[in-house]
Design a protein around this ligand. Structure first.
Ligand code: ADP
Ligand code: ASP
Ligand code: MG
Length: 424
């Protein structure tokens, strides 16, 4: 029985006609190597952004169901075009929508979760020696039968879900950078490509802004033991493998610096200080599908006083979050701040090393960057700062923890990747 390979090509990788043909050649090469091939494609270039803009041109608050109908078209175009290119290369390919491919989701439009993959039609086509192209980032609600989309970056999750359902040997994520780096290479030119990264670290990286892999795709891969191989679609190179921690060997203190400027802060002043209020606030936000990231609340210093609370949400959810909070009326006032950014450092080695947080705060302090909120996990430290300072903060932290490709080479020319790099 031949191996099944799942491949995914991101927006830049299918932007122009030459890009589609390049992706088609990679897909055909995998087929000619004797594999069964399922390829997931994203919308071309900035198509999804453009469709979102078009929606806002005709409506102040586009209906979520119609938004999904609209956004799902982008990836369908890519698949149909790629099928044509593959056909010209002498192979048979069939393009499928998410729904045709059997991606069944819940009904939460624009951020649906995959509930089931009924891949019979794909298996049938693979059995007929066809290459299968699946439109990424979309599915169909099992309940309403409407088209759904999986949230920005969701084609990664489509690919991983198909890899799991088809028992693929690997899920190759082809993108516009050579793999997962120690920081966004667009901000830190000497960022180092990681040859392997653990699921745990990748989850923290994705959740704190490293959009090279969508967070849910990493969760899905970990839960279903899918091997992700993230690599460039423009050049051949080793890329990055995302593996279980036991397989990675490497335990650097700090693996990567990540950032995000796509969050906003909501501050509630004068919150009633009584049991159940926080449950009411965050229960209502969850019911409205608003994902909350950091939360800060201080206990009022004297009895009878009211508390203040801040939390961060994705910028796209800000309007809904404010409406929800105003609707339940638990605070005297609600204010928002969209000019925030977040920088984080991630590293499995942090678990057992004191002093890492101090070094982060000192580094930001030396750059005169004010820290507005802090949150930690055993392998991540995140700071909310003004959005204008994010790029500077990322570079300073990357340097402070000696993560750069140059720094590593200077320290030890060979084998440096497999030992802790920083001792504090
Ligand atoms: P695609 O369209 O292929 O899905 P994305 O734009 O979603 O690509 O993700 C790739 C981008 O992620 C890169 O161009 C890079 O700027 C950004 N990125 C952010 N953090 C990282 C990181 N740590 N390593 C690699 N890329 C990163
Ligand atoms: N086209 C969608 C987006 O731009 C999904 C994806 O590319 O993964 O977010
Ligand atoms: Mg992406």
């Amino acid at each position: 029985m031949p191996e099944t390979v799942a491949m995914k090509f991101g927006g830049t990788s299918v932007a122009g006609p030459e890009d589609i043909k390049r992706a088609a050649r990679r897909i055909v090469a995998a087929r000619e190597a004797g594999n069964r091939v399922v390829a997931v494609l994203s919308a071309r270039g900035k198509t999804t952004d453009d469709l979102v803009r078009q929606a806002h041109e005709v409506s102040e608050r586009p209906l979520a169901r119609e938004m999904d109908m609209l956004l799902s078209t982008g990836e369908r175009i890519s698949c149909a075009l790629c099928a044509m290119a593959i056909s010209d290369m002498g192979h048979e390919a069939i393009s499928l929508t998410g729904s045709q491919a059997g991606i069944v989701t819940d009904s939460s439009h624009t951020k649906a979760r995959i509930l089931d993959v009924r891949a019979d039609r794909i298996r049938e086509a693979l059995g007929q020696e066809k290459i299968v192209l699946v439109a990424g980032f979309q599915g169909v609600s099992g309940e309403s039968r409407d088209v759904t989309t999986l949230g920005r970056g969701g084609s990664d999750t489509t690919a991983v879900a198909l890899a799991a359902a088809l028992d693929a040997s690997v899920c190759e994520i082809y993108t516009d950078v050579a793999g997962v780096f120690s920081a966004d290479p667009r901000i830190v030119p000497d960022a180092r490509k990681l040859s392997v990264v653990s699921f745990e670290e990748m989850l923290e990286m994705a959740s704190s802004g490293a959009k090279v892999l969508q967070l849910r795709s990493v969760e899905y891969a970990r839960n279903h033991a899918v091997r992700i191989h993230c690599r460039s679609s423009f050049e051949d190179g080793a890329g990055t493998l995302v593996l279980g921690e036991e397989e990675t060997m490497e335990r650097p203190l700090v693996t990567a610096v990540t950032h995000s400027t796509e969050e906003a802060r909501v501050t509630l002043v004068g919150v009633r200080d009584e049991p159940g209020v926080a449950g009411q606030i965050f229960g209502s936000l969850a019911a409205a599908s608003v994902n909350v990231d950091m939360i800060i609340q201080n206990e009022p210093i004297s009895t009878g006083r009211r508390a203040d609370m801040s939390f961060t949400v994705g910028s796209g959810d800000l309007q809904t979050a404010v409406e929800v909070i105003e609707g339940i009326g638990v605070s005297e006032s609600v204010s928002t701040d969209e000019r925030i950014g977040k920088v984080s450092i991630v590293g499995a080695g942090m678990r057992s090393h004191p002093g890492v947080a101090a070094k982060v705060f000192q580094t930001l302090g030396e750059r005169q960057i004010n820290i507005e909120m802090i949150s930690t996990s055993p392998i991540k430290i995140s700071c909310v700062i003004g959005s204008d300072y994010v790029a500077d903060a990322v570079r300073a932290l990357h340097r402070a923890f000696d993560l750069g490709a140059d720094a590593i080479q200077r320290e030890e020319p060979t084998g440096a990747a497999h030992r802790p790099r920083v001792g504090i």
